[in-house]
Design a protein around this ligand. Structure first.
Ligand SMILES: C[S@@+](CC[C@H](N)C(=O)[O-])C[C@H]1O[C@@H](n2cnc3c(N)ncnc32)[C@H](O)[C@@H]1O
Length: 217
């Protein structure tokens, strides 16, 4: 009994190593292709993937695409990484780093086919507003790393942050609004949800959504 538990643990640790990415080991400017078994597949990034429910189910539903989750909080990162290792999917990876800094300084131009940002921290206090992720400098960088025609999807339960998201994105001529539901890059009929989305829907809170495609130049 004890030996089985130990061998399970070792197997899980090995798998964990195969899906967890060390940002320090990546080149200064990375297009992420080297992270995956088949790097030529389209790559989708989820920022703040939390416990990983959306990322994992998307990766399972779309084996022909690659998925990277970036999560800063160690507790969520470990939870998601352990779950990913146990699911044994070859097309999903996770990295613990500051996604804002990674997108703005490390990611190569036009390497993503989709960028998912669901329930980013709302920072509701006035003195913390500048910590919000969706602001013009970050959006510039996010658009730079999307391929022409790639998708940007935003979702929040926070009405004031949603207004900010609408304002910041409306100022961009290189973003074309599209329906949020999408059978390739996101949930259809709400079938694939994030952990926070599940929780907030149960509580009856509103969910606000926006989706765009980057213009084809
Ligand atoms: C409110 S939770 C939402 C989690 C998940 N997206 C969901 O919908 O269930 C926000 C997540 O973003 C992570 N996060 C916040 N800032 C981050 C950053 N700069 N880089 C990576 N992750 C970040 C937090 O640790 C947290 O797990």
């Amino acid at each position: 009994m004890c030996m089985i538990a130990q061998s399970d643990m070792i197997a899980s640790m090995l798998d964990f190593a195969s899906i967890a990415v060390d940002p320090a080991a990546l080149p200064e400017h990375t297009d992420l292709r080297e992270l995956f078994e088949d790097g030529e597949r389209p790559i989708e990034l989820e920022i703040g993937c939390g416990k990983g429910a959306f990322l994992l189910r998307q990766a399972q539903a779309h084996p022909q695409r690659n998925f990277l989750g970036i999560e800063w909080a160690n507790k969520f990162y470990k939870f998601a990484a352990d779950r990913m290792a146990r699911w044994g999917l070859g097309n999903v990876r996770i990295m613990r780093t500051d996604a804002r800094e990674f997108v703005m300084t490390r990611l190569a131009a036009e390497c993503l086919s989709a960028l998912h940002i669901y329930h980013p921290d709302p920072w509701p206090k006035k003195k913390h507003l500048r910590r919000r992720l969706i602001q013009p400098p970050f959006l510039d960088a996010a658009i730079r790393v999307l391929r022409p025609g790639a998708r940007l999807a935003l979702q929040t339960d926070h009405a004031d942050y949603f207004e900010q998201m609408k304002l910041v994105t409306a100022a961009r001529h290189d973003l074309i609004a599209v329906p949020f539901e999408d059978d390739e890059h996101g949930s259809v009929d709400g079938s694939i949800k994030t952990n926070f989305e599940i929780k907030y829907l149960r509580e009856g809170r509103p969910i606000y959504r926006l989706a765009f495609r980057k213009s084809q130049r």
